[in-house]
Design a protein around this ligand. Structure first.
Ligand SMILES: *[C@@H]1O[C@H](CO)[C@@H](O)[C@H](O)[C@H]1NC(C)=O
Ligand SMILES: *[C@@H]1O[C@H](CO)[C@@H](O)[C@H](O)[C@H]1NC(C)=O
Ligand SMILES: *[C@@H]1O[C@H](CO)[C@@H](O)[C@H](O)[C@H]1NC(C)=O
Ligand SMILES: *[C@@H]1O[C@H](CO)[C@@H](O)[C@H](O)[C@H]1NC(C)=O
Ligand SMILES: *[C@@H]1O[C@H](CO)[C@@H](O)[C@H](O)[C@H]1NC(C)=O
Ligand SMILES: *[C@@H]1O[C@H](CO)[C@@H](O)[C@H](O)[C@H]1NC(C)=O
Length: 664
């Protein structure tokens, strides 16, 4: 009996691996001169499904590809979701006497793909012309007309389709088929000398530039190119990702976007990668260095690249960026430079600090700044004395490990302020110098990073953030207090461009906690404990794993809050379905499972069933240790560069520090 769940799991894994939606190596990848990329295919079993099947007719000198079983000629197919087909031109011609020679109508019927609404135009050419295009009711009923008229050929303007000799109008979204008819008002009798026929067609706007020569015989064109939008399936990305065995974005470095024209979705390689996202391993790194983007030396990375300035120069080294310039010219840059030196020890560690935007606070900060040695610091800057770099150890020494005797006061926001002194023999500091630190921060919180669709936080960084945050909370619980934070949430976790984590201390003047992050037990009793912080941290973990919003009314009833949604999915063994899809694809499932299980424990209703913060740290640390360190650095580089702008906040860069902890 006990072995059943194991068997079920193995079968699930097996069916995922067997997912057959990949072409065989023997599948031809072109027809004649035309490349036919997967999901398209020219032989049975080589296309994703029937709708992507292309007939390759070999009875021409150069074989030609056709869509819809030999009906529609394909001109080209591009992997970005477009394809060009040849569509016929409708004409209606008259003899000099005014009698009709021949007329034609044109019909185009696509089974699956849509006619691009943005890049095609319905066009009528003629000087006695009334053309009509209609879409069938089945797909998207539409009809549009275009009337083109002129008296003399010299009234016609080349390149202009505003109704004199040529008329153009756009076609709506969601159109899969159309019918074109064309008529004349006066049998071309007035214009027979220069325009015996009327023409009408749907054409890719860029592929047709009207010329007065077209009035004679449309320069003998029988067909014109039409651009189609193709997409996979008839559901959105979100729905498609729920069934990984049928999900078409197979490449690891790919992403999904909903079709902008009709149902379905498209896949594309991530920025910095190129290739076919519909194939396993189809997206390959672009070697950006080949296009010489750097002033200094260039180093290619997975999905990105780095520029280095020569020694003695600074800047991002990019030709289109800040380039390389000699170090430390302007006063401000001295300041920035020194300040960033001060921060060397902070990278990979974290700060617990206090942040608020109120005006009063700015004033208070100024006072603290002076009180805490800011003026000495400024003095030092102007004298260009070398700055002192403080390590975590220095700070602990300076405050006697945050000893009570060093404690100055609790500020209005209930935060302790310590006085620190440096007892070193540094020539600068003969006197008992107070500790001061500069602080910088970005506007970006963990919340911004998780819910930013434009950039994806790699697993390694998610894990590091979780671990560092857990350490910060553990520090509060075990070393500083105990102090209950009471308001852990992704909004309160600030990240700078190096992903240094800072957990903002809450101001306790308002109501405590944030609904949705708050432990149900704490809600009931109105009392916060260490385990309330564990619960809130569990929510942050759930956000990191699922990328989901805290509250979403689209989720099933009773699961609107993330905690309930997450726990319910874990209990129903639906973990894979709720995790960020790309994590499931890219990350060792055991690691995800470990963190998901830990999250579930943090979110237990009974506080005593939740782990203590130090256990959380230990478990996260175990997972972190399994990561490949070389990869972390690379991933950090990938994400941080260029995407986060460091914001220096004038006048409030000096802060009284409440605590500093070495990451160990
Ligand atoms: C290929 O094209 C020729 C000429 O248009 C046509 O007669 C023939 O039926 C086509 N072959 C296939 C296999 O569709
Ligand atoms: C146009 O041609 C049709 C048929 O050829 C004829 O019946 C009609 O009278 C003609 N109209 C004009 C205005 O010439
Ligand atoms: C109609 O007649 C014109 C003039 O004779 C000719 O150029 C054209 O190819 C014909 N079109 C069709 C569809 O038969
Ligand atoms: C339009 O351009 C063609 C050459 O492309 C030229 O022969 C013709 O005279 C031009 N017509 C007008 C009205 O400018
Ligand atoms: C979506 O596709 C499936 C299978 O191809 C089909 O059964 C279903 O009717 C389609 N739904 C819509 C809304 O077109
Ligand atoms: C997922 O897709 C596969 C392949 O298309 C299909 O056989 C399976 O029934 C789907 N599973 C679910 C739960 O829809």
């Amino acid at each position: 009996m006990n072995s059943h769940p194991v068997i079920v799991q193995l079968m699930l894994l097996g069916s995922m691996l067997m997912a057959a939606s990949q072409p065989l190596l023997s599948c031809p990848s072109s027809c004649g001169d035309i490349v036919v990329p997967f999901p398209f295919g020219t032989t049975r079993g080589c296309s994703l499904d029937e709708s992507f099947f292309i007939t390759c007719n070999k009875s021409y000198n150069t074989p030609k590809p056709f869509l819809n079983f030999d009906k529609i000629e394909v001109i080209d197919i591009s992997i970005d979701g477009h394809m060009r087909i040849a569509a016929s031109v409708v004409s209606d011609c008259y003899e000099k006497s005014g009698s009709q020679i021949n007329g034609s109508i044109s019909k185009l019927t696509l089974s699956k793909f849509h006619i691009s609404s943005t890049r095609n135009k319905f066009t009528a050419v003629g000087c006695d012309t009334n053309a009509l295009v209609e879409g069938s009711e089945e797909w998207n009923q539409m009809s549009a007309g275009c009337v083109s008229w002129c008296d003399y050929i010299d009234r016609v303007v080349n390149g202009s389709c505003s109704g004199i000799g040529c008329c153009q109008t756009s076609i709506p979204k969601g159109v899969k088929d159309f019918f074109i008819g064309v008529q004349s008002f006066q049998n071309h009798s007035r214009v027979k000398t220069f325009n015996p026929c009327s023409y009408a067609f749907v054409v890719e706007a860029e592929a047709f530039k009207f010329s007065s020569l077209d009035l004679k015989d449309l320069q003998k064109r029988k067909t014109v190119p039409v651009l189609l939008d193709w997409s996979i399936g008839n559901v959105t990305c979100l729905v498609a990702q729920k069934n990984l065995s049928s999900y078409a974005c197979r490449a690891m470095q790919s992403e999904c976007s909903d079709s902008s024209n009709g149902l379905g979705y498209n896949c594309k390689c991530l920025t910095g990668y190129e290739g076919n996202p519909y194939l396993d391993d189809g997206c390959r790194d672009i070697n950006e260095c080949e296009s010489k983007p750097c002033q200094g030396t260039c180093e290619n990375l997975q999905g990105s690249y780095l520029c280095f300035c020569p020694e003695g120069f600074e800047g991002d080294g990019k030709k289109d960026g800040t380039d390389c310039r000699p170090k430390g010219r302007a006063k401000t840059s001295i300041f920035l430079y020194i300040a960033s030196v001060l921060f060397v020890p902070a990278v990979g560690s974290f700060w617990i600090f206090w942040r608020s935007k109120k005006k009063k606070v700015v004033k208070l900060r100024r006072e603290l700044y002076i009180q805490n040695g800011g003026l000495i610091f400024e003095n030092m800057l102007w004298k260009r004395e070398p700055p002192k770099v403080f390590t975590a150890e220095d700070l602990i020494n300076a405050t006697d490990n945050y000893d009570v005797s060093r404690f100055l006061y609790i500020d209005k926001h209930n935060e302790p302020v310590y006085r620190g002194s440096l007892s070193d023999e540094d020539e600068v500091n003969r006197h008992d110098t107070h500790c001061w630190f500069t602080e910088f921060f970005t506007d970006k919180t963990l919340y911004d990073f998780i819910h930013d669709n434009a950039s994806f936080l790699p697993w390694e960084i998610r894990l590091k953030i979780a671990e560092k945050t857990a350490r910060a909370i553990m520090y509060l619980h075990d070393k500083m207090g105990p102090i209950v934070h009471g308001n852990i949430k992704s909004f309160n976790i600030l990240l700078d461009s190096d992903y240094t984590v800072k957990v903002a201390l809450p101001s306790l003047d308002g109501c405590m906690g944030t609904i949705g992050y708050l432990d149900p037990e704490a809600c009931r009793l109105g009392k916060l404990t260490n385990k309330s912080d564990v619960y809130s941290f569990g929510i942050v973990l759930a956000e990191l794993l699922t990328g989901e919003q805290l509250l979403n009314s689209d989720r099933p009833k009773g699961e609107e809050f993330l905690a309930k949604y997450f726990v319910s999915a874990i209990k129903k063994d639906r973990m894979r379905e709720i995790l960020v899809h790309r994590l499931v694809e890219m990350v060792n499932i055991e690691q995800l499972k470990k963190v998901a299980m830990l999250t579930e424990r943090c979110l237990r209703d009974q506080p005593e069933e939740r782990p203590a913060m130090f256990e959380v740290v230990t478990e996260l640390q175990n997972v972190v240790e399994q990561l490949d360190n070389g990869r972390i650095v690379e991933q950090l580089d990938n994400v941080s560069r260029g995407q986060v702008s460091r914001q220096w906040v004038k006048n409030s860069t000096m802060l009284a520090l409440v605590g500093f902890l070495d990451n160990g």
